[in-house]
Design a protein around this ligand. Sequence first.
Ligand code: NAP
Ligand code: F7E
Length: 336
Amino acid sequence: MKRALITGITGQDGSYLTEFLLKKGYEVHGIKRRSSSFNTGRLDGVYSDWHDSTSTLFLHFADLADASSLANLLGDIQPDEVYNLAAQSHVRVSFEIPEYTCDVTGTGVLRVLEALRRVGDGARYYQASSSEMFGSAIPPQSETTPFHPRSPYACAKLFGHAITVNYRESYGMFACSGILFNHESPRRGETFVTRKIARAAARIKGGLEQRLFLGNLDARRDWGYAPEYVEAMWLMLQQDQPRDYVIGTGETHSVKEFVACAFEHVGLEWQKYVQIDPRYYRPADVDILLADPDKARIELGWTHKTGFRELVKLMVDAETAALPAPERSLGRARAV
Ligand code: NAP
Ligand code: F7E
């Protein structure tokens, strides 16, 4: 039985990767950080009480800001594969807490790599790099496109990416960096724009809210469906050679298009409900991201399956299904 360690297991990608690896027969260990309330909701479908002797999923307290906790766990667990997904992952928030973001999202990568180098016994390593590192680089963006980060988050990710390449070249570690473009799902954090829009469309339709406040509607992103992206992470670690890959759909759409599609799906005219609140603007934004995922298609055999409109609809449908019963039937009855 192969053993994997996932940092960020309680996040969107961590939960899908856990399900994917458990289905493949892995023993999965995950790092969760201490929180004053439960933070394992996304794992509810697969987590069973640790008294259950048949369980192959184990959660441990650790933190990317605490090097000793990482080294202790790696030494104890001796995983075959490590997926480093933990991060302060919100770009807008990274302008508010830049130092913390750089510590966790940037230096945190170094802490995991150092622990791995010292006690990891040859485990393969996946680093969650981001298309945000491209920033204002001219699209389409591939593995050879020069980086131009536009936020503290992107700068921190760029450090994480560079140190991963450096540890591979310096110490011969099997370390891969996946440069993933935006990927979304009903498990996306509520403050990212796709989930915020999908949730508002369903709730306005159900009569629970009246307005949706957004920032930059002109930004364009290459949005894919998260469960498909975790397979690409795994594929990278199954190759003969460690390499870096861009993962995306090869299509770009604006925030405005996402809004229009979501509201159209529930039969509403978005212009009647959406208002601009400049507080959601960023000091510097990324205007357009568009992946050139050819290398992943050719070498990993990976391509996306879920298209833009399908993604929007499945997210809105999930929000409609999550409404309280009376509002849900109202939403369904009015949907076109
Ligand atoms: P997410 O939902 O925000 O999950 C982030 C995870 O990191 C959560 O489990 C969070 O724990 C954990 N975390 C945060 N600070 C930590 C710390 N100090 N120590 C330990 N764990 C910590 O992010 P995601 O969308 O799943 O993305 C996964 C990774 O891919 C992130 O590194 C993200 O930056 C990167 N990425 C995401 C995308 C995307 O479009 N989703 C694209 C490119 C790259 P809590 O649950 O307790 O908050
Ligand atoms: O913003 C605009 C905003 O926060 C997308 C993270 O997973 O993907 C994500 O970062 C766009 C931006 O994602 C609102 O200005 C307008 O241009 O959903 P987002 P992001 O910044 O692209 C990358 C690849 C990551 O690596 C990150 O971890 O939408 N926008 N109005 C808004 N954004 C938000 N959040 N809220 C608004 O009201």
